[in-house]
Ligand binder design. Structure first.
Ligand code: HEM
Length: 165
């Protein structure tokens, strides 16, 4: 559903620079890391607003071959003025990410200021996320410093905007 709202239909003016993200997206991605085998996944993403100066972000993924659920995450993309954005994110794998970055045109660039790991979660030290929209195609890349590795590519995906309604 495009621009789902909670009793408010007007986008907050501060969130206007992020409006190109609003809606539902789906597609495919590929993952890699020096410590694991490469993998392919399906992905579903939505960005919606509530009338406040942030977008609500929800994501889930599934194994491209078997359909088994994989990674999921949800959070808030905050518009904080002057082209600056912050992302607050939680994952069921026991990891939280807080990012600071920029929105320029239809590109968001983020780097973590803080990563939280639950006592049983895998070690993650830092992440970088770049996301860009060109027409109805959203592409992103995620790099991470984790498991004792330096900042290294983990994910790249290409999603398409889903039809409204
Ligand atoms: C589209 C989203 C993602 C998918 C589909 C995905 C998938 C995977 C898969 C299949 C593995 C290998 C199996 C495993 O150990 O669980 C893995 C490993 C890992 N992922 Fe991701 N991942 C995603 C996002 C992330 C994010 C955002 C982080 C960090 C915040 C992350 C951190 C890790 C870590 C630390 C490992 C363990 C590597 C190791 O055991 O050496 N992943 N991921």
């Amino acid at each position: 559903m495009l621009c789902e709202t909670v009793g408010v239909s007007t986008l907050h003016p501060a969130a206007a620079p992020l409006s190109f993200l609003l809606g539902s997206w789906s597609g495919e991605g590929r993952g890699a890391y020096p410590t694991i085998d490469d993998f392919a996944y399906r992905e579903w993403v939505s960005f919606r607003h509530t009338g406040k100066p942030f977008l609500v972000y929800e994501q889930r993924t599934a194994d491209a071959a078997t359909g088994a659920p994989m990674h999921a995450e949800s959070g808030y993309l905050r518009a904080v003025g002057d082209g600056r954005v912050e992302l607050v994110l939680a994952q069921p794998s026991g990891i939280t990410e807080i990012h600071a970055g920029t929105v320029e045109g239809r590109t968001v660039r983020l780097a973590t200021t803080t990563v939280g790991v639950a006592p049983s979660a895998k070690r993650v030290d830092a992440l970088e996320r770049d996301l860009t929209v060109d027409g109805d195609v959203l592409t992103y890349e995620v790099r991470m410093a984790a498991m004792g590795q330096p900042m290294t590519h983990h994910l790249a995906a290409e999603l398409r905007r889903e039809a409204e309604g």
